[in-house]
Design a binder for this molecule. Structure first.
Ligand code: ACM
Length: 237
């Protein structure tokens, strides 16, 4: 396999402060990086009060539609930096709303995955993903996407592996402590690299307050943790 320079960008979004969040994430992408992964819902923050609030902050991401403003900005950055960017976004599509991951290549093309395993109150906000677990070409390899809580369901990573994925990009907003270790197993049992990009910080807008655990990481197909960002810090693995 060709050697790639990859990164997981660990951010600390402020809820609803889209352009500050986008700026922080883009600034974290290292130069000469082939592929960079940003966290789940990186531009909006996580704890929406209700579906109407999420809809107001969501945008078109699907490749058949004109992209919303954050997708457009990421497309410019991908082109200018020569970096394929994977990012978690709140996606509108007609009257539906998804917790999605987009992969945007330097040539401006993009593909999406819509989160299948919604976590806790996300079920009151988003529709469950309806695209299965597709695998895409990027950077000369086959790349699968998962979003956060998909980590708990081994079938997600296994479906991507069976479809030929060599790398899984995994935008996340992790709150449970077990995912970083579980992703070592997901890498090892499926013999593929995984990149988990998580956030830090706290949100207490509704329901239970949430502390996001950080610990973004890159893991090899043999289950070796190649790099990890510290729990409470901003940084890049
Ligand atoms: C999660 O799926 N954001 C915990």
């Amino acid at each position: 396999m060709k050697k790639l320079s990859v990164a997981a960008i660990q951010t600390s979004p402020e809820f609803g402060n889209t352009w500050i969040n986008v700026h922080q994430a883009i600034n974290g992408i290292p130069p000469q990086c082939d592929l960079a992964v940003l966290p789940e819902l990186f531009a909006t923050g996580y704890q929406f009060l209700d579906r109407a609030e999420a809809r107001a902050l969501a945008e078109n991401v699907h490749p058949d539609l004109d992209p919303g403003p954050v997708t457009r900005r990421l497309t410019e950055v991908a082109r200018d930096a020569g970096t394929t960017i994977v990012a978690g976004l709140a996606e509108t599509h007609g009257d539906r709303l998804f917790n999605s991951a987009v992969m945007i290549r330097p040539d401006g093309t993009r593909d999406i995955y819509r989160k299948v395993h919604l976590f806790q109150d996300e079920k009151n906000i988003f529709d469950p993903g309806d695209l299965g677990f597709p695998v895409f070409e990027a950077c000369g390899i086959r790349v699968g996407l998962m979003v956060c809580y998909d980590w708990l369901y081994p079938e997600a990573a296994r479906s991507l592996a069976l479809a030929g994925a060599q790398l899984i990009c995994h935008p996340a907003n992790l709150v449970l402590p077990w995912c970083p270790e579980a992703m070592i197993t997901r890498s090892q049992e499926n013999r593929l690299h995984t990149i988990t990009a998580n956030r830090v910080g706290r949100e207490a807008r509704t329901g239970e307050p949430l502390e996001f655990i950080g610990l973004s990481q890159i893991v090899s197909p043999l289950g070796k943790r190649l790099d990890q960002v510290a729990a409470g810090e901003l940084g890049t693995a």
